[in-house]
Ligand binder design. Sequence first.
Ligand code: HEM
Length: 479
Amino acid sequence: VLRDRRPRNCPPGPVEIPFFGRLPFFDEKIGENLRKKYGDIVSHRTGPLRSVYLFDYSTAKEAMARLEFADRPDTFSAFNVDDQKIGGVLGSNGAHWQHDRRFVLRNLRNLGMGKSYLEEAINIEAKALVEDLKKYGGEAINYPDSFRTVALNIIWQMVASTRYDLRCKDVECIYRLTNEFREKFTVLSLLPSFIPALGLLPKSLRHFLFGDDVIDRFAEEMINVVNEAVDKHLEDYDPDKPRDLIDEYIKDMKESEGDDNSLFRRGALNQIINELFFAGSDTVHSMMKWVAYLLARYPEYATRMQQQIDAVVPRDRMVSLDDKPNLPLIEAFTVEALRYSSMLVFNIQRSATRNTNINGYFIPKGTIVSVANYSIHHDPRYWDDPHKFYPERFLDDSATKYTAPKQGFFAFGSGRRQCVGELLARMELFLFTAAIIQHFDVRPPHGVDISQDEFVTLAGSHLPSDKKLIYRSRISTSD
Ligand code: HEM
């Protein structure tokens, strides 16, 4: 019991229950309550693991830039499909992380991230999305699967040269798995990773008590998808014509054959693909739900954005990235959607690589450090009227120019592990949002009031609750 006591000068936090501590939390409301009670840095223990939550932007920004907070916690290996559990970008550390992050960033850029030639591929998806929504003929529908498939198609074409038809059955299994994961994954599922002694329980009892089988099932199904993609690439690989990120990796792997120090390995490739598949599609998919919800909730913004589009984009062409300077409200709307939604309630966790301190508080080695993105995005020290959806906060005084947030914004994280797909995500959000606005009025069904916020937080993601909306066509399909 004595050993379980909070170390001296650790940040304040709730009373810790000996041995167990407290369950980690994913919910923005619990986070906000703790901040109100204990301040901007809160300490919290689960089993043998200590977590520190950062609620203030400046503190978080400064900490995330420090080398000693560049690692992810060891518990991330539970999600790793690499046979050695050390490769990949999102959950790996040290030399493996540096190597794989550099490879991914270089190749995403070479494959068009942030460049106009990727725009064509995004607009093909945007057109397909418009056609898919038209097929519903104005019927009230829940957020459609095509929101996810268009996002998946972009990253999956860059990674594996594969594109799915928006109503294709092949991806349904993966969607079912992700939904199941979201619904069944709770803080309890993580407990066996936080308290290793629980791993000694019989598997069936552990699964029954904690529901952590959802993690294993997910990894098992994903490894099949990943193996199929890599095996197929190896079969028809041509070193002179690399088609995508998988071919580029195979090329580097083959060139470094015989080099015992090489970090190019099949296992690491598997994990990179696994991460890009989800980080690249699930995030944008969730944001598209927010965009649809906010368009229906605030039709006055939709109308103003339609007026901007109609003034500069002929009806027979899709909005392009070159139109961005003329459509400042669309960019402001998507960035406000990222802030307001705080879709990732907490930044992806980091871990302290040595005993250190934050703002004078002692942070022991191995402490898990979580930045409270939702709280930062709703902090009145950084945002006026933070709970109001107000895209104008990102426009200049004349409302003719988008102005990027200078502080208080953490949607893509910060520092050495800042999101590698940010540029891609911003391109997709702008073009997909513009396509929906240009072609549809998004409204709730007649008589349905959506003015009261209804959100859910599932596995750390903050999402609008399921909602039937009507996508009423504005212009004919002749384009
Ligand atoms: C709206 C969409 C997205 C949001 C809100 C988002 C958010 C984030 C956040 C908060 C982090 C953690 C950063 C940190 O630790 O400081 C992250 C990391 C990451 N994201 Fe994204 N992301 C999005 C889209 C994407 C896309 C499209 C890709 C794929 C290309 C991607 C790939 C990754 C990867 C691989 C990492 C791990 C980086 C590392 O650990 O070094 N994300 N993202």
